[in-house]
Design a protein around this ligand. Structure first.
Ligand code: SF4
Ligand code: SF4
Length: 102
């Protein structure tokens, strides 16, 4: 399978690796990935006792811990900055299949 690949300014091939998932068993909600992402891909969410996700901005939020989530995956540019700063290795990235013109 070939992957979506671009070239850098000097013509070097570059295959972006997009954020695919975040392991919520490893994430400690430190927020470092959120700070470096310029694309609005990530959102901090709460998790309640039943394992349900809750928006911490909601008044009835009953979460007892927080996790980082992939809120807008389509905006990811595959820069991997978030992976670089995640000390818990909670983020999984991968290339996207090459687009085939219709
Ligand atoms: S790979 Fe880059 S654009 Fe995608 S979520 Fe991480 S920091 Fe944001
Ligand atoms: S940097 Fe890693 S541990 Fe910190 S919030 Fe992001 S995914 Fe979670």
């Amino acid at each position: 399978m070939s992957f979506l690949t671009f070239t850098t300014r000097d013509g070097t091939p570059w295959t972006p690796k997009y954020l695919l998932s975040i392991d919520d068993r490893l994430c400690i909600a430190c927020g470092r990935c959120f700070k470096v992402c310029t694309q609005g891909v990530l959102k901090m969410m709460g998790v309640n006792e039943d394992g349900e996700r809750c928006d911490p901005d909601d008044e009835d939020d009953d979460s007892n811990r927080k996790i980082m989530t992939l809120a807008n995956s389509g905006a990811c540019i595959g820069c991997e900055s978030c992976r670089t700063v995640c000390g818990k290795k909670a983020m999984v990235h991968g290339p996207a299949p090459e687009l085939v013109p219709a």
